[in-house]
Design a protein around this ligand. Structure first.
Ligand SMILES: C[S@@+](CC[C@H](N)C(=O)[O-])C[C@H]1O[C@@H](n2cnc3c(N)ncnc32)[C@H](O)[C@@H]1O
Length: 224
């Protein structure tokens, strides 16, 4: 299993998510977008690939069966503790080897995960396998247009090939230590999805930066 969020990083993430600003971009823009997307599609079964401690599961209405998958035991345990219910399930698993049958879901989303993945084609291939024909996906990830600006958010970092590793400054006296960002281009992200036969029907951005005016997050929607 590719357990990228080790226990200490997982704890820092839990701490940040559970104390994060209700007026921040994540809550106001990203969460609103996910809610609208899920409500419009109204899938019977929705996967959340790299669900973390499950905070996006709160956005999904109780008529939809939600399955969150994450490689971190600490985050999956926290998700179960906070959000498990009749229609919400959390499973320890790798997005490169999703522990589900082929064609098991009507839709999948992956929020702030693809920037942590080295092998986008394998992740795309697995997402394609578990989604039913005509099923939809939503990716929200770091916008490649903003990598330079993002570098200023780290207390320190180093880059080896495409992998940036560093100490991410949460701007509240706290840090995500040893966190990663793969510097994939938009063309590479799009290319991985198309290579496995996904159709893309929307590419956009959200979360406008006050300093650069650029959208900090890339949004890609498509279907099988
Ligand atoms: C920034 S967090 C986002 C969590 C969640 N999507 C959210 O928005 O609250 C990134 C998550 O991706 C997960 N992750 C990274 N690589 C993974 C992999 N190969 N398989 C499963 N999960 C992975 C991490 O464990 C972590 O929970």
């Amino acid at each position: 299993m590719n357990e990228l969020y080790n226990e200490s990083l997982a704890k820092e993430w839990i701490d940040w998510v559970e104390e994060s600003n209700p007026n921040g971009t994540r809550e106001k823009e990203i969460f609103t977008y996910i809610k609208k997307w899920a409500n419009k599609l109204n899938p019977t079964c929705l996967l959340d690939l790299g669900c973390g401690q499950g905070s996006c599961s709160q956005l999904i209405n109780s008529k939809i069966k939600y399955i969150g998958i994450d490689a971190s035991p600490t985050l999956i345990n926290r998700a179960k503790q906070l959000y498990s219910s009749k229609n919400k399930q959390f499973i320890l698993g790798d997005v490169y080897d999703i522990p589900l049958e082929d064609n098991s879901a009507d839709a999948a989303m992956s929020i702030w995960v693809w920037s942590h993945l080295e092998n986008l084609e394998l992740a795309a291939q697995e997402m394609y396998r578990v989604i039913k024909t005509a099923g939809h996906f939503l990716l929200i990830t770091a916008s490649p247009e903003t990598y330079e600006e993002r570098k200023t958010w780290y207390k320190e970092y180093s880059i080896k090939g495409k992998l940036l590793t560093g100490i991410f400054d949460l701007d509240n006296g706290k840090f995500l230590t040893n966190t990663t960002l793969y510097l994939h281009s938009t063309k590479e992200i799009e290319g991985a999805l198309k290579k496995v036969n996904f159709k893309i029907n929307h590419i956009g951005e959200m979360g406008r930066s006050e300093s650069s005016g650029k959208g900090m997050y890339l949004v890609i929607e498509g279907y099988k």
